[in-house]
Design a protein around this ligand. Structure first.
Ligand SMILES: *Cc1c(COP(=O)(O)O)cnc(C)c1O
Length: 356
């Protein structure tokens, strides 16, 4: 058995894969594959409608918040958000916490002014800055709620007197938050919701229609809302996989039930790393992520040896991002506590071999 800790695309529940396998051959007894049905048929519009409804339910969204499944991953949202929200003479504020916020900054600069309120670049993004105040003069304020690469996470969402926008690609649906406090939330679905090919956008429709530029219709959130997330052929399979995973989460008790499990998984792993004589966590303790646990080994040799050892033991996807090095274990919703305990046993075994 392989234990998958990949950062994204990432592990999916076994029963979701089993159901998907069935649907690829014969979707809902229709005699057709999910891959070949028309997206404008009731067979598929029910899929989109249920997936959108499940997001509303799980996140407890109010009536102003619309749910969209769009093409292009989170990266397209780095561009689409400022195109819809930011005029050329307006400013958006952002806290810079890594590679992903850098891309959000770069894309937004194509449309308006970007003010970096705070940054943790001075320490290779191993912490979440706290020393800043969001000004009232500004169109919106952007954060990356969980920094997949560095293993940092905002544990307290900052107050902002202007609309709050968050890239939640790697921690959406993992913990309780007041999601209605955000005017826009986006996430590539391949980390904590489904498979590559779609992004989730949750937007408060009240903030739309407030820029002077002519937005190309395919990029205009209002057009997607009007078309109920079916403006053109949607990423059918990615949405279907999201539906299965959302159902799985709902059946498991939703965010209320998964949050303590996620906390426990992360606490177990951090505890082993903190008590290790050869491994060391890379993120500042109070900002550590429950989703991506980043750590390094004492030396390059040990690092190489552990990667090899872990692979032999059936552990997949724990090599750290090249900008941080070392290791990263991603503990998304679908990763079971048993897999985490298995990883811990492998770390301990390896460590005793290196001390003995
Ligand atoms: C993975 C990731 C992205 C990029 O997502 P794509 O779907 O590949 O565009 C953006 N932001 C965060 C926080 C991520 O983890």
């Amino acid at each position: 058995m392989i234990h998958n800790f990949n950062a994204g695309p990432s592990h999916l529940p076994a029963e979701v894969l089993e159901e998907a396998r069935q649907a690829i051959v014969n979707f809902n007894g229709s005699g057709l594959s999910i891959l070949e049905i028309g997206h404008r048929t009731p067979l598929f519009s029910e899929v989109v409608a249920e997936a959108r409804q499940l997001i509303c339910d799980l996140m407890q969204l109010d009536n102003d918040h619309e749910v969209l499944f769009l093409h292009g991953g989170a990266t397209t949202q780095f561009m689409q958000i400022p195109m819809n929200l930011l005029d050329a003479d307006e400013t958006m504020h952002i806290v810079h916490t890594g590679v992903w916020s850098k891309k959000a900054i770069r894309e937004a600069q194509c449309f308006g002014k970007v003010n970096i309120l705070a940054s943790s670049e001075n320490n290779n993004f191993n912490y979440i800055p706290v020393d800043f105040c969001v000004p009232e003069a500004g169109k919106y304020f952007h954060i990356t709620s969980n920094n997949t690469i560095y293993g940092t996470q905002w544990h307290k969402i900052p107050d902002a007197p202007i609309p709050l926008v968050a890239d939640m690609s790697s921690d959406i649906l993992s913990r309780k938050l007041d999601f209605n406090a955000f005017e826009l939330i986006y996430a590539g679905v391949q980390k904590n919701i489904g498979v590559a090919g779609a992004s989730l956008v949750v937007v408060n429709k009240k903030i739309l229609g407030n820029v002077s530029r002519d937005i190309p219709p395919i990029m205009d959130y209002r057009e997607h809302i009007k078309a109920e997330s079916m403006l053109n052929t949607p990423p059918v399979f990615a949405i279907y996989m999201s539906l299965l995973t959302l159902r799985w989460l709902k059946n498991a008790g939703g965010i209320d039930a998964i949050e303590p499990v996620n906390k426990e998984k992360a606490a177990l792993l951090y505890d082993v790393i903190d008590n290790s004589s050869i491994f060391k966590g890379t993120a500042r303790r109070e900002d550590r992520s429950t989703m991506n646990v980043t750590f390094t080994a004492k030396s390059r040799e040990i690092e190489q040896a552990f990667l090899k050892y872990a692979a032999e033991k059936g552990i997949y996807g724990i090599k750290g991002h090249r900008t941080v090095g070392g290791f990263r274990a991603s503990l998304y919703n679908a990763v079971s506590p048993d897999s985490v305990k298995y990883l811990i046993s492998v770390i301990k075994e390896f460590e005793s071999g290196h001390n003995g």
